[in-house]
Write a protein that binds this ligand. Structure first.
Ligand code: ATP
Length: 506
């Protein structure tokens, strides 16, 4: 069996080879945790962005869009709590000189214990077959129950330490769990220190303290500051939402796992403003809606799970993550948070401006509560790629790499291929291309044998290939080949757009 790390390495090199993602500034040996998107990557990213925007804004009459600037007044970040609380606990290994996030070292340790349990369960599943009762096994198998108890104890202690910002306690826990540095193998750790993750820069020509601005670590604050403007200009009544897509920046200490954790990334956030007291119901509603959004794309349900937070962000009253099973384990793709009136009240206090909503039904004024859905576009991109990548051995023994990207978000929808580069076939193919490209992202390819051209399209996830042959010239029919089944049908040229449209569901 191919190991998960190997699969992940293959996905990373596939991304580079086929123009999805390149390391940034590569000729200068790259810049840690910064990446660029190539021709196929930008199409996939745009399609995911569109899918989100359409389902959040176009399909909700009470949600509108916004595009706020990245730079904001420095006091925004004081009010939002990011200057004081947007910090990660870091720890250095004295031998390797490598820096780690103390919380991630502990989380990884818990994941290892969970994997141990999962292995036991897999073994037992095989042994007991259909009769296997996982719940009972977890409760009664001494080894599994003991590991589970260990996990629960560590998780509980960990949550307390994080919530109390007990840095000495975190170090003690790392020592007790005998966590070693993956590079040096030693347990020679420094103390745990706090590290603010915001990037700052100077604005204007005068460089002094007051002219320092931050690169936003989340897009949400631009929404909060504009909520009155948006509410008035779009004449919205509560509950209503504001959606925004844009870049965010975090000086991550541990930048690894490819585009999963970057220093510059993109968020798709929606802040939903509700009457105080109604937030719990809306929180449940959005958790449910967002999970449905993920599943509607066609990724297997067992690859997603909802994880309620033990450790809450400084602004949240309740929080949950939608996690995807990456090759390196279940990890957060999206967060849903009940942010209360934390942000709006803080901005009201710091700015001295009223941020209250006048409720025409009850004739009262109040600061709304907020439920947030926040998804990382780049993480969603990685989840889709990881879910799509497959190495397949065909009936004739040959191999192909296929990206089974959901057709709706596939970078290229149709590729037009003249069977040979002569006899008037390229001219006919061009005519078809000129028509189809009005509706879908298309490619034209006449180089190499047809089999190799199909493989190239499989490797970038194109749902359909259209082949033009000599019969096309006689009866206006073409061959349409479907990516996943590799099934080929002969159809009328007129039918191409209809079939593709049905497949991509638009
Ligand atoms: P993590 O615990 O993984 O650091 P987080 O809880 O800090 O993530 P949020 O602040 O909830 O993340 O941000 C919302 C979303 O933004 C996340 O679900 C994730 O998809 C995305 N995101 C956050 N940090 C990064 C990053 N460094 N690189 C890429 N995407 C990110």
């Amino acid at each position: 069996m191919v190991k998960n790390e190997d699969v992940f390495k293959k996905i990373i090199s596939h991304c580079k080879e086929y123009g999805f993602v390149y390391p940034s500034s590569e000729i200068y040996d790259g810049l840690a945790a910064v990446y660029d998107y190539g021709p196929n990557g930008v199409e996939l990213k745009n399609n995911i962005r569109d899918y989100w925007w359409r389902s959040m804004v176009q399909q909700h009459e009470n949600i509108v869009g916004l595009d706020a600037a990245i730079f904001m007044h420095p006091t925004v970040w004081k009010a939002s709590g990011h200057v004081d609380a947007f910090k990660d606990p870091l720890i250095d290994n004295k031998d390797s000189k490598k820096r780690y996030r103390a919380d991630i070292l502990i989380e990884d340790h818990i994941t290892k214990l969970e994997e141990k349990t999962n292995k036991e369960i897999e073994k037992a599943k095989k042994r007991f077959g259909d009769k296997f009762d996982e719940k009972m096994f977890r409760e009664t198998n001494p080894k599994v129950a003991e590991t589970q108890k260990k996990i629960d104890d560590i998780a509980k202690r960990f949550a307390d330490l994080i919530n109390n910002t007990d840095l000495a306690g975190l170090r003690l826990l790392i020592e007790e769990l005998q966590i070693a540095c993956p590079v040096s193998g030693s347990r020679n750790w420094t103390d745990v220190r706090q590290f603010n993750m915001m990037f700052s820069t100077q604005m204007g020509s005068l460089i002094d303290e007051a002219s320092s601005v931050f690169l936003r670590p989340e897009t949400a604050q631009g929404i909060f500051l504009n909520y009155i403007n948006v509410q008035k200009t779009s004449r919205k009544k509560l509950p209503f939402g504001i959606a925004q897509i844009g870049k965010a920046f975090r000086n991550e200490i541990v930048a690894r796992q490819f585009i999963f954790r970057m220093r510059e990334f993109e968020q798709m956030e929606m802040e939903f403003f509700v009457k105080p007291g109604e937030e719990a119901d809306w929180y449940e509603y959005w958790k449910d809606q967002r999970m449905k959004w993920h599943l509607a794309l066609g990724i297997h349900a067992e690859k997603f799970r909802l994880h309620d937070h033990d450790k809450l962000a400084h602004y949240a009253k309740a929080g949950a993550d939608i996690e995807y099973k990456f090759p390196f384990g279940f990890k957060e793709v999206e967060g849903i948070h009940s942010r209360t009136d934390f942000d709006l009240s803080a901005h009201q206090k710091f700015s001295g401006k009223k941020l209250q909503y006048y409720d025409p039904d009850t004739k009262e004024s109040y600061v709304p509560y907020v439920v947030e859905t926040s998804i990382g576009l780049d993480r969603m991109f990685l989840a889709i790629l990881a879910n799509s990548y497959e190495e397949e051995t065909l009936d004739d023994g040959s191999k192909r790499v296929v990206l089974r990207i959901p057709p709706l978000v596939a970078p290229v929808k149709v590729t037009i291929l003249p069977l040979v580069k002569k006899d008037g076939l390229p001219e006919k193919a061009r005519k078809i291309m000129d028509n189809v490209k009005n509706y879908f992202m298309c490619q034209y390819d006449e180089k190499d044998a047809i089999g190799r051209r199909y493989r190239r399209q499989d490797a970038i996830g194109t749902p359909y290939c259209i082949t033009i042959d000599h019969q096309t010239l006689k009866d206006n029919t073409v061959t349409i080949r479907e990516r996943d089944s590799m099934k080929q049908d002969r159809i009328d040229i007129e039918k191409i757009s209809g079939i593709v449209r049905e497949k991509i569901g638009r």
